[in-house]
Design a protein around this ligand. Structure first.
Ligand code: PSU
Ligand code: MN
Length: 345
């Protein structure tokens, strides 16, 4: 798949000026979509490399991209291949991320290391958001966010996802966070970091496999258009550079049965303890345990929620583009009226 070097980003005052030697390439289709003002949706690769079992992950990766298109967006899966950051992957590149045995899990702090050492790596919510912003992409779809882990007051285990979302103006569509995390602690931290959390047609913050984590969202939106309007309004206000979390629950009749869910969480946490798993290996090990011990239920739910998020993200991305253009038109007309009446001078 042909690619071009990333252009200087129009929305990224934080990014270093791009030069032909910048180790970021944007797939041609993605580049054209951004230039033509079509909605682009970033997709992370850690769920492919470390969250979903092989070989199902190869087919699921393609389904996620198709879901973005069904929603009206253009998909851009982000990963590092041979030390080059790719925004948009072709089929063989997707397969490499899904198949290669030595794909590192790269959070934001790891990106520069992977580039310097020429490694293959999969990007998390944190690093995918950062690269998406660099490329001028406004919307990102994933499964679940990283968050505050249970016992974080002793272990300090709080995902870097939260801090990066707080400083990166990208809307992240997710199914909330897993109940292996400290859900109220995660919501409190998002509040402290000034990250708005929107429930999509729900008042309840979803719990990934569960439609309702038992905790409320501060705001509810009824449509992709309303979610996009929040992003456009935040642009116009310019009060901060935080992202937005759009929480999209599984329908109640598609969630994992609660008894199975509670058993898996209790057993999964015990496995971590017994095996002494910590740091970046925690989430992949838990997901592996769930997929090996749920008779296919955790994988079924995981795939359904990711596809639903990808489709919704496609709709929101298309809406942001349409509404931003409309807002510019209105501003232009208002300016003309003001000039004509002398009110503008
Ligand atoms: N939550 C999930 N599935 C995942 C992840 C989170 O339900 O695959 C991945 C995402 O890539 C997320 C990362 O950004 O785990 C968070 O890892 P950590 O807690 O190590 O920051
Ligand atoms: Mn962690």
């Amino acid at each position: 798949m042909s690619s071009v070097t990333v252009p200087p980003s129009p929305v990224s005052p934080r990014s270093t000026p791009s030069t032909p030697s910048t180790p970021v390439v944007v797939q041609e289709e993605v580049q054209a979509a951004l230039a033509d003002g079509r909605g682009v949706v970033a997709l992370e690769s850690t769920i492919l490399a470390h969250g979903l079992p092989h070989p199902d992950n190869i087919e699921i990766a393609a389904q996620i991209e198709d879901a973005v298109r069904a929603g009206g967006g253009v998909p851009a899966t982000i990963a590092v291949l041979g030390g080059v950051v790719h925004v948009g992957l072709g089929p063989s590149e997707l397969e490499r991320i899904c198949t290669a045995p030595d794909v590192a899990k790269l959070s934001m702090r790891d990106l520069g290391v992977a580039v310097a050492l020429g490694l293959d790596g999969a990007t998390t919510v944190a690093s995918t958001s950062a690269v998406a912003h660099l490329a001028g992409i406004r919307v990102f779809a994933t499964g679940g966010l990283g968050g505050v882990h249970r016992g974080a007051s002793a272990t300090f285990d709080v995902s870097a996802d939260l801090g990066v979302i707080a400083s990166t103006p990208v809307l992240v569509v997710c199914a909330g966070v897993k109940s292996i995390l400290d859900v109220p602690g995660t919501l409190e931290t998002l509040e402290t970091l000034s990250v708005p959390v929107l429930g999509y047609r729900t008042n309840a913050f979803p719990g990934f496999y569960l439609s309702d984590s038992g905790h409320e969202v501060p705001w509810r939106v009824e449509s992709a258009a309303e979610a996009a309007a929040v992003v456009v309004a935040r642009d116009r206000l310019g009060t901060d550079a935080a992202g937005v979390v759009l929480a999209n629950p599984l329908p109640v009749d598609r969630q994992v049965e609660r008894g199975l869910h509670d058993r898996l969480v209790a057993e999964g946490l015990a496995v971590l303890e017994r095996e002494g798993v910590h740091g970046k290996d925690v989430t992949p090990r838990l997901l592996e345990y769930f997929h090996d011990n749920s008779g296919g239920e955790s994988l079924r739910a995981n795939v359904e929620l990711v596809l639903s998020n990808a489709r919704l993200a496609g709709e929101v991305a298309a809406q942001i583009v349409a509404q931003s253009a409309a807002a510019t038109d209105v501003a232009g007309v208002a300016g003309t009226v003001a000039d004509a009446t002398g009110l503008g001078s």
